[in-house]
Design a protein around this ligand. Structure first.
Ligand code: ADP
Ligand code: MG
Length: 378
């Protein structure tokens, strides 16, 4: 399916935005902490033509029947949208809710195509939101900057789609640059682009999608958030971001064992993000391997969000010469990443695949990603 096949004429502009991988900093976002994602070379493209009336129509290559969903700018509300089209309509609604005046604006025909795998933890959702947000901002001449558009994307995902996510995905998708990571302070929303320099160092990031979708993902996420809030309350801080490594002995005295281990993951993970940024700047990507592995161990043992498939992926990658490896994303399934020498990539992928077969696990999906430029007009 193409724009032409669905609507019967050619689009006038194309915008695209990438998915993302989080290099390090897991579950730190809702604790006001630090994350370090990068935009990947897998993108969602929105082909668009302006309309004369106030209707937005959307179609997706996902829908082989070529179905079109329409909504008028005068009818925008979360109740008026459902399914995947909410990722597009929700942006128009969120722009208005966040203060843009859409009076007198006209609508669009929109066609979405994507090579970001859906549900693999690579944020196909942010890829749609950010491409569409950049497009609408340009075409409606709203004059919003990229950080504001990231907030619009998050607002839409939280309130129009109904998923309680942080701002990491949208920040990576909008602010990413080639061969670089986006250092994001989730409290101040300050960002800095930090050189990853994988190309110059002959390194690649191998994604190992376990294809495990854990039944506990939603409940587990809520329970971890609750533990973090409890920890912060007992320790008398606004968020766990305000707890440092030196505070941990006191935290251990005040907290029950489980809550303490949840807190220790967040506090040490924040420090690992800061250490990774400093290490990348001072010594380059080959030096961050032990931080990635320590992050995985903390998620496995303290935060308890790993699964045997993710542990096996990380262990096998390390045994076969990876520089570092860790699960990435919310946990209870999803993907691991391994930082590998370009020459070792195929051997690591093959080793993981056969280790999965030997363990009786489902065959994983392995592929490499590069850190790529964020949302743009193509
Ligand atoms: P993730 O962001 O990890 O891939 P999410 O559940 O957050 O997973 O978002 C996936 C949802 O985004 C899909 O179920 C679908 O509704 C929507 N989506 C993503 N890509 C597309 C696309 N190309 N066309 C239509 N909908 C899409
Ligand atoms: Mg998502």
């Amino acid at each position: 399916m193409t724009f032409q096949q669905v609507y019967g004429y050619e689009p006038s502009v194309r915008y695209s935005a990438p998915g993302r991988v989080n290099l390090i900093g897991e579950h730190t976002d809702y604790n006001d902490g630090y994350v370090l994602p990068f935009a990947i070379d897998r993108r969602t493209t929105a082909s668009i033509a302006p309309r004369a009336d106030r209707v937005i129509r959307v179609a997706s290559a996902f829908d082989e029947a070529g179905g079109i969903v329409s909504l008028s700018l005068d009818e925008l509300s979360p109740e008026a949208m459902d399914g995947w089209s909410a990722y597009v309509f929700g942006i128009a609604w969120a722009l208005r809710e966040q203060g843009s005046d859409l009076t007198g604006k006209t609508g669009f025909d929109v066609f979405i195509e994507s090579d970001v795998p859906v549900g693999a933890g690579l944020s196909s959702s942010a890829a749609i939101e950010c491409g569409v947000a950049l497009a609408f901002n340009d075409l409606w001449e709203l004059g919003l900057d990229r950080k504001t558009l990231a907030r619009v994307g998050q607002y839409s995902e939280n309130h129009a789609v109904g998923a309680p996510t942080g701002i990491m995905d949208q920040s990576a998708s909008l602010l990413g640059e080639r061969d670089a990571v986006v250092f994001l302070d989730c409290r101040t929303l300050d960002t800095a682009v930090v050189d990853l320099a994988l190309e110059a160092n002959g390194l690649e990031v191998l994604v190992i999608d376990t294809r495990v979708e854990h039944a506990h993902a939603t409940g587990g996420y809520a329970a971890r958030r609750a533990s973090c809030e409890k920890g912060a309350r007992v320790l008398g801080v606004e968020a766990l971001r305000d707890v440092s490594i030196e505070d941990l002995p006191r935290a251990q005295e005040l907290l029950d064992d489980e809550t303490f281990r949840r807190v220790r993951h967040i506090v040490t993970e924040d420090q690992r993000v800061l250490d990774t940024v400093r290490t990348l700047r001072e010594h380059g990507p080959r030096a961050i391997g032990s931080l990635l592995v320590a992050s995985h161990e903390s998620m496995r043992d303290d935060f308890e969000i790993s699964v045997p498939e993710l542990d096996l992926a990380v262990a096998t990658a390390m045994e076969h010469g990876a520089v570092g490896a860790r699960m990435t994303g919310g946990g209870f399934g999803g993907a691991a990443i391994a930082l590998v020498d370009r020459e070792a990539r195929d051997a690591v992928a093959a080793a993981v695949t056969s280790a999965f077969a030997a363990a009786g696990f489902r065959e994983p999906n392995t592929f490499t990603v590069r850190a790529a430029q964020g949302a743009r007009r193509d």
